[in-house]
Design a protein around this ligand. Structure first.
Ligand SMILES: [Zn+2]
Ligand SMILES: [Zn+2]
Length: 368
């Protein structure tokens, strides 16, 4: 076993604290990664606090991980010691179902769905048919730690043109917004709306703009109109009814990145005929949709879940090619509880990334 250090919480109501725990040694197809940076995603907070009622404790969050390969298994050939690599939301899938065979592991249809980087299988054994666990692991520990061991097929290559700390949020926020833009065929000249202008939203705006789309972000925060201007996209206040009226029936695709329950109806009205509003931020029941607005213009309201491994590599390469990346603020791991509060309060501009070297400052690690 490998002794790993990191930050974990044991309950929904406690803060993250330094911990020491054991990980499996790399198997034949695994790579061992020394973690350099890890992004702080809003879902880390949902998960640490059991807000989706599926958290397995102890919880070591972190699924926007960039590090250096330190060891490879005997049969692992895709990555070499010293490579800078990334790990996103998934570390394995069943590999046998139709989505897996089609390279859409993020929609794995096996009884436990995909194996998440932290918190174990997406569908835990107790909720799976026959209470089975095809992965044999009830919990997994994420990137708020010094080392990670991952199957080589789920490890991404970080292009030389991307700084490792900037690449980290692309592994979740980037691919989560890129995947639906690719699926719904965003092209140059399209009008793309982005609802919510935080970690996911600002990444979505940058990617859509680099694709040549005309981008509008909708925000509740006046100060963020200025941030939109800095990115070279149009900013509109969600509460500005006049502005929304002038934008009626004009968008080819709208992505909602709002990470909680919200009303999509005012934005459905902004879609062109046959266009789609896709929700990527919230994983809970939304307020009711007025189907009159949907049916009268053959519009769609849809959802999309992260992205595949192939799409994750594509968006990393796309960001390097177009010289774009998230706006990040580096923090020490000791600041993580304060950072969670600021993410919830909307004070982060736009993504916190943990500099994992800071972990060396801690001396007292509880074990679990
Ligand atoms: Zn995430
Ligand atoms: Zn599968």
């Amino acid at each position: 076993m490998i002794t790993s250090k990191g930050y974990a919480t044991q309950h929904s109501f406690t803060k993250l604290k330094p911990v020491s725990f054991e990980r499996e040694e790399p198997g034949a197809h695994d790579v061992e990664i020394a973690v350099l940076f890890c992004g702080v995603c809003h879902s880390d907070i949902h998960q640490a606090r059991n807000e989706w009622s599926n958290t397995v404790y102890p919880c070591v969050p972190g699924h926007e991980v960039v590090g250096r390969v330190t060891r490879t298994g005997a049969s692992a050939s895709k990555h070499a010691v010293g490579d800078i690599v990334g790990v996103g939301c998934m570390i394995d899938s069943c590999r046998q179902c139709e989505p897996c065979k089609n390279g859409e592991e993020n929609y794995c249809e096996c009884p436990n769905s995909w194996l998440a980087t932290y918190n174990g299988p997406m569908v835990p054994a107790k909720q799976a048919p026959g209470q089975q666990n095809v992965y044999g692991r009830e919990n997994t520990y994420g990137g708020y730690s010094d080392v990670l061991v991952v199957n080589e097929d789920f490890v991404l290559k970080i292009p030389a043109g991307l700084k490792p700390e900037v690449a980290a949020p692309i592994l979740c926020a980037g691919v989560t917004t890129y995947s639906p833009m690719k699926h719904w065929g965003v092209k140059a000249g399209d009008k793309v709306g982005i609802l919510g202008f935080g970690g996911l939203g600002h990444m979505a705006a940058k990617i859509a703009k680099a694709m040549g789309a005309e981008v509008t972000v909708f925000t509740r925060t006046k100060e963020k109109l200025y941030e939109a201007g800095k990115l070279g996209v149009q900013g509109v206040l969600e509460t500005d009814k006049d502005a929304l009226e002038t934008l009626a029936s004009s968008f080819d695709l709208i992505l909602s990145t709002v990470p909680e329950k919200h009303d999509v109806n005012p934005f459905v009205a902004l879609l062109k005929r046959d266009a789609t509003l896709c929700v990527v931020g919230a994983l809970e029941p939304l307020a009711g949709v007025n189907n009159q607005e949907v049916a009268f213009h053959r519009r769609s309201v849809a959802g999309s879940l992260i992205g595949s491994i192939a799409e994750t590599q594509e968006i990393l390469d796309f960001c390097a090619k177009h010289n774009i990346g998230p706006e990040i603020e580096l923090i020490a791991i000791q600041d993580i509880n304060d950072a969670y509060k600021k993410v919830i309060d909307g004070e982060v501009r736009f993504r916190y990334v943990i500099d994992m070297a800071s972990l060396q400052k801690d001396t007292d690690f509880a074990s679990f």
